[in-house]
Design a protein around this ligand. Structure first.
Ligand code: AGP
Length: 609
């Protein structure tokens, strides 16, 4: 996944481009570049490495006075991270410059066709094909040239294009990758998301797939696939520039861990009103709920871990068979989904390619899709039959925390909602569970306070380790998966999550004196069973860090190390026990001097399969 940005207005373009690329770095950061127009020439500066490398090159040059430009920050798909492969890419005679987010699936055929026409390629990227095609298709009209070129492409793309003949304009189009256009007193912007522009514009336009957008200093024109000019109603852009500010924290990840109580409070405030659960864009009748044959929860990474928790929670509350799958497997296994099933796609970004593909598969089979998404206006948000938005606010750190907690909170609400619809929960039980859900922000707050310093000190146990194991049963197993992912994705320590009862079926052979095992023991239903698994690894001299509730403090205090979370509802305990695991990972990565907000090889949203 990459980030793209463009600006045209009366102010200097480069500061907007560099600020925007800094806010888009979470989408990819192995190389960056900008292109600006100056009279009838296009000037390009690009470099391998982080944005700071590009900034130092630009600072060493004569300051650009250009008021039009495009920029790009890359997560390499085709062509290794290098200066020549970084964007923008120029067409053969320098007539066009292009930045691109997405993948052109038929680029090889197009490339060989262009090479037969004598086009010489400088890079190994798919994007350079677009630049040369634009030049070959150029008919003097930007919109028709882009339309002709886009029709030749298969795959996903969001494009920002400069043309030497129209130095004050930017032309864009999208298919399968996100692109927003924002306007305000400072000029006209285009970007992969509104975060990059927040604080500089007050209106946002969300062009649909295939539409072409022509940006001028004080005018934006939209064209449909028939090249007819259309009118798009803008939305008010509410993001503040502080949304993208660390506000004194050393890392976005720590800021976002601390924001969890408020993020969950904001999410719940849109769902629980006057003690009742109701979703803005999702409702079922009792008959519809009774007709549900099964629920499929499909997602990737941490969102999938929420799905695993959801399986246990929804089945326990409703008895509806609930299946969970990682999207990259689900999309290719021809799942037996039918119109009587409900599919829940969970995604923070709403742009994860595998989850989008899984959603398409489900819709082809006639099932309804409920999107559970944090980014409004994203592909998954717009494509569901129903949608529930978490209100975590922008999540910048690649390692998700507050969005994860908000997704869990919505899962609890869905479980109670379905169970109430089916008449399983009495009014009294419903009210009790809703009260427990409403106390989640306080539970999370109390857990942060109770576990932060312990997690920081215990992170010492991991900083020199090469391996760690997370074990748990029931919803503790989902927490083990998420805790394991948090540790490995930001501290680069190899870590595995295992069902505690599964260890003896092979993996226990890896347990040797001093092996770190984190035992999640907060699911009351299986505490004693997990405890016996802990004894098994202790018998092999593992070093155990147990995480459990205050109720079991006396039992686990005999283990090597323990983190006690405040007693809370059995329904919402997954939200509490993940907090010390987030903090443990954060402080371990900090002590290992890892790049916490932008871990190597990762991107915030994986928009390629
Ligand atoms: C989690 O910390 C990771 N950043 C990653 O696993 C992420 O959860 C996954 O890529 C799914 O992203 P999404 O929620 O935006 O679809």
């Amino acid at each position: 996944m990459c980030g793209i940005i463009g600006y045209t207005g009366n102010n200097k373009a480069v500061p907007y481009l560099l600020e925007g690329l800094g806010r888009l770095e979470y989408r990819g950061y192995d190389s960056t570049g900008i292109a600006t127009t100056q009279g009838n020439s296009i000037n390009i500066t690009k470099a391998k490495g982080r944005l700071s490398v590009l900034k130092s090159i630009i600072a060493s040059k004569k300051q650009s006075t250009s008021t039009v430009g495009i920029g790009h920050t890359r997560w390499a798909t085709h062509g290794e991270p290098s200066t020549v492969n970084s964007h923008p890419h120029l067409s053969r005679n320098g007539l066009f410059a292009v930045v691109h987010n997405g993948i052109i699936e038929n680029y090889k055929e197009l490339k060989s066709d262009l090479q037969k026409d004598g086009y010489v390629f400088r890079s190994d990227t798919d994007t350079e094909v677009i630049a040369h095609l634009l030049e070959r298709n150029y008919d003097g009209d930007l919109v028709s040239t882009v339309s002709k070129t886009a029709k030749m492409l298969t795959g996903a793309y969001a494009l920002c294009i400069l043309c030497r003949d129209f130095p004050e304009k930017i032309v864009c189009t999208r298919l399968g990758s996100p692109l927003v256009v924002c306007t305000g007193d400072e000029g006209t912007f285009v970007s992969s998301d509104t975060l990059a522009i927040s604080g500089h514009a007050d209106k946002v336009f969300r062009p649909k797939a295939g539409e072409i957008i022509l940006l001028a200093k004080d005018k934006v024109s939209f064209f449909n696939k028939a090249l007819k000019e259309i009118f798009i109603t803008p939305e008010k852009l509410t993001l503040k520039s502080t949304d993208t500010d660390k506000e004194g924290y050393e890392h976005y990840m720590l800021k976002e861990i601390m924001e969890q109580p408020e993020a969950v409070r904001s999410t719940l405030s849109h769902i629980i009103k006057n003690g009742r659960i109701s979703f803005d864009s999702f409702s079922l009748t009792k008959q519809e709920a009774e007709a549900i044959r099964g629920i499929y929860i499909v997602a990737c990474g941490s969102a999938y871990h929420v799905g695993v928790s959801g399986k246990y929670i929804i089945e326990k509350l409703t008895g509806i068979p609930t299946h969970t799958d990682i999207a990259s497997e689900f999309r290719y296994r021809n799942p037996p989904v039918s119109k009587n099933d409900l599919c829940i796609i969970i995604s923070q970004s709403g742009e994860t390619a595998d989850s989008i593909a899984a959603m398409k598969k489900v819709k082809e089979k006639g099932a309804k899709v409920l999107s559970l998404v944090n980014v409004e206006g994203s592909t998954i948000s717009l494509s569901g039959d129903y949608v529930i938005h978490t209100k975590a606010g922008p999540e910048i750190a690649v390692a998700t925390t507050k969005a994860y907690s908000c997704q869990l909170a919505v899962i609890y609400c869905l479980g109670v909602y379905f169970s109430s619809l089916l008449g399983i929960l009495s009014e009294k039980e419903q009210s009790r569970l809703i009260e427990e859900i409403l106390s989640l922000p306080e539970t999370i707050e109390a857990t942060i306070v109770a576990t932060r310093s312990k997690a920081e000190s215990l992170s010492e146990l991991f900083t020199e380790k090469e391996h760690a194991y997370f074990i748990g049963r029931g919803t503790d197993y989902a927490a083990a998966m998420e805790g394991s992912l948090k540790l490995k994705e930001i501290s680069y320590i190899h870590s595995e999550a295992y069902g505690a009862g599964e260890l003896k079926h092979g993996t226990i052979s890896l347990i040797e004196p001093g092996t770190m095992v984190v035992a999640l023991m907060s699911d009351e239903n299986v505490f004693t069973k997990t405890y016996s698994n802990v004894r098994e690894v202790k018998a092999r001299s593992a070093r155990v860090l147990a995480v459990s509730t205050k109720k079991h403090e006396h039992e686990i205090s005999s283990l090597d190390h323990c983190i006690i979370i405040p007693d809370c509802s059995s329904l919402t305990v997954p939200s509490a026990e993940i907090i010390p695991l987030q903090l443990l990972s954060y402080f371990t990565a900090l002590k290992r001097s890892c790049d916490i907000d932008k871990p190597r090889n990762l991107a915030k949203s994986v928009t390629v399969e």
